[in-house]
Design a protein around this ligand. Structure first.
Ligand code: ADP
Ligand code: MG
Length: 207
């Protein structure tokens, strides 16, 4: 990725847009969670992201994302709060004192965030979790190195949507949905659905 640098204002805009999309899709996320979980993913994410929006600020990318991550961990009771919170905390650590990110630094921070989700939740590919939408998106961002940021973000959003759709046929092996065993098959994972919104928000605000 050669063109474009991502400013702290754009990263703030990313989190604002994610919050907006979460609210727009709150009922859909909750309905998906009603089928294979406990019907709270939409309200969990809306509560968390509304608190993030109220506390947005920071002079560095690290400060901005650590603040947001801490807020998610402390305001969301469900599994998704600590997982998205850890994503943002690790994203922030990766970016550190930077006040803007190159596309390659953004991809590295996304990878660090994903690694944080894995270290916290132990999800593997095809466990039917948010990992299945986020991991292909991170891979698309990394594969886009050397090309255009706009293209890489578009590819990442497409990869996240495809990964989200693929969760329908998966048997859940992590989280509440895993209690259902075979009965989890045929339902789209709520966390993969919100993760695809996070990547879509990046594509519309960072390019
Ligand atoms: P809870 O399951 O505690 O009610 P939410 O409903 O907010 O929390 O979030 C559920 C989503 O969290 C799932 O759809 C799944 O994508 C994600 N999830 C659950 N456990 C894990 C895990 N161990 N690793 C990654 N993601 C997970
Ligand atoms: Mg739930």
């Amino acid at each position: 990725m050669t063109d474009g640098r991502i400013s702290i204002e754009q990263l703030t805009g990313w989190l604002l847009e994610f919050a907006r999309l979460v609210t727009e899709h709150r009922d859909e996320l909750t309905t998906l969670d009603a089928a294979i979980g406990d019907a709270d993913h939409g309200t969990n994410m809306e509560r968390g992201m509304s608190a993030v929006v109220l506390g947005l600020g920071g002079d560095t990318v690290g400060a901005l994302c650590k603040q947001a991550g801490m807020t998610l961990v402390s305001t969301v009771g469900g599994a998704s709060g600590p997982l998205y919170g850890t994503f943002l905390l690790r994203f922030g650590s990766s970016a550190g004192d930077a006040t803007e990110l190159s596309a390659a630094q953004f991809a590295a921070a996304m990878r660090a965030g994903l690694d944080g989700i894995v270290s916290r939740g132990k999800a593997e590919r095809e466990d039917k979790t948010m990992f299945d939408a986020l991991a292909p998106a991170v891979e698309a961002l990394e594969a886009g190195a050397g090309g255009s940021l706009v293209e890489a973000l578009r590819a990442a959003a497409e990869a996240a949507d495809k990964g989200r759709d693929a969760t329908v046929e998966m048997l859940a092996r992590k989280g509440r949905a895993s209690y259902l065993g075979e009965r989890s098959i045929g339902h789209q994972d709520p966390g993969a659905t919100s993760a695809a919104l996070l990547v879509r928000a990046a594509a519309t605000t960072l390019a």
